[in-house]
Design a protein around this ligand. Sequence first.
Ligand SMILES: *[C@@H]1O[C@H](CO)[C@@H](O)[C@H](O)[C@H]1NC(C)=O
Ligand SMILES: *[C@@H]1O[C@H](CO)[C@@H](O)[C@H](O)[C@H]1NC(C)=O
Ligand SMILES: *[C@@H]1O[C@H](CO)[C@@H](O)[C@H](O)[C@H]1NC(C)=O
Length: 438
Amino acid sequence: MKGFSFKNETFIVLIACLLWLSASAICNAATTGKHWRYTNKSKQREGLKFDVLDYGAKGDGRSDDTKAFQAAWANVCKAEASTLIVPYGYKFLVGPISFSGSNCHKSITFQLDGTIVAPIDPKAWGASLDQWLEFTNLVGFTIKGKGTIDGRGSNWWTDSIYDFKQVKHTTHLKALMIIGSSKTTVTGITIRNSPLFHLTFDSCDGVLVHDVSISSPGDSPNTDGIHLRTTKNVVIHHTNLACGDDCISIQTGCTNVIIHDVNCGPGHGISIGSLGIDGTTACVSNITVRDIKLHDTMTGVRIKTWQGAKGLVRGVSFSNIQVSQVEVPIMINQYYCDHSICKNSSSAVSIADIVYENIRGTYTVQPLHLSCSDSKPCMDLSLSDIELNPKPNGHQMSKPFCWQAFGELNAPIVPEIDCLQEGRSSKRLGHHYANCAA
Ligand SMILES: *[C@@H]1O[C@H](CO)[C@@H](O)[C@H](O)[C@H]1NC(C)=O
Ligand SMILES: *[C@@H]1O[C@H](CO)[C@@H](O)[C@H](O)[C@H]1NC(C)=O
Ligand SMILES: *[C@@H]1O[C@H](CO)[C@@H](O)[C@H](O)[C@H]1NC(C)=O
């Protein structure tokens, strides 16, 4: 009887295994007395957790924990859906580090609940370093948690500390940089006081940023909040940005970007550009920016391009933008120049099909400034439902300004804009699109 029962169970298990296999799953049946169960072996090998404390990290804010992070990462990489844990209640001093994903499995999580601080000794930074915390070539990577990344950048912002003046010439230090990755999520965390840009995505496809907080003082130079470059399929929402440069800057090679429910200020606003430095070709398309609050920023929504460049910005929509004491809420500048003299040139990045809808609030310098190129005028601009009221704060106030700007107005428009021209449309000028692939 015993033998018969055993065979019967084995038979059932075999059939079950075949069924599982046919569903392309791994099956491991084990008999335990009268019962049998499956163990998902592939499941066992993934979802592992690696705590940096187990790799020798001290988390006291003084000991260098860089090696411990590197060692933990090496193990995280070996199993799919694994997690690197940076625990709450500790402060980890981590130097410049590259978390390479080239040999990593997918769906790795960086669970940040503690604080990571940058070295303040300039000797910790090598020459020509571009980033502090770098993640490369990952698939399905997530950074999440309630923790903080603190760049302790104040020494970088002044020229008063000699050693920093030296390293500053060779390094362009960004706090958190994600390169060449697909399906990346950043959520929950705080990034503050970066020496330069706070959060940068370069050559990524699929980016989701939400419930993130970025902050540095309004007078800290070039501390952009989120910087996108050659990156597509991006969603950024429910995020607070306060910094000393653009809250979000969208660079060449970006397409299919949606930004919504974001607060910005202080800072320089939400910017496309600057594009086309040194005569390069720049292409940006399909950008949606909606439900944004800007306060005490230099510009609100802006497109800035250098002279002498080629390319095209098209298909941009700015809607439901609330501005409060913003110097210039609406700006296009095809003569962008960050030093005093730039060479005049007749070539330019074309700008077409830009929508401004429901933009309201107060400005402190000028409500609208559209300074477009003589050779490549801005075309198909559409402005609807604009209400911008002056809130003088000592600056000289100016009226709306347009130069070579073509498009249409849909009431209500306050204040009156009489400088936008009718008649020229890019729809009849296919050559405008020639520099950028569709
Ligand atoms: C085993 O786990 C993996 C990953 O969690 C899952 O994709 C797969 O469907 C599971 N297989 C079974 C049979 O449950
Ligand atoms: C524009 O981007 C959105 C969001 O990524 C996408 O759903 C849409 O298909 C894109 N439109 C075009 C014309 O590519
Ligand atoms: C460029 O052109 C503008 C407008 O014509 C002019 O005011 C400016 O002086 C020129 N700049 C240089 C560097 O030639």
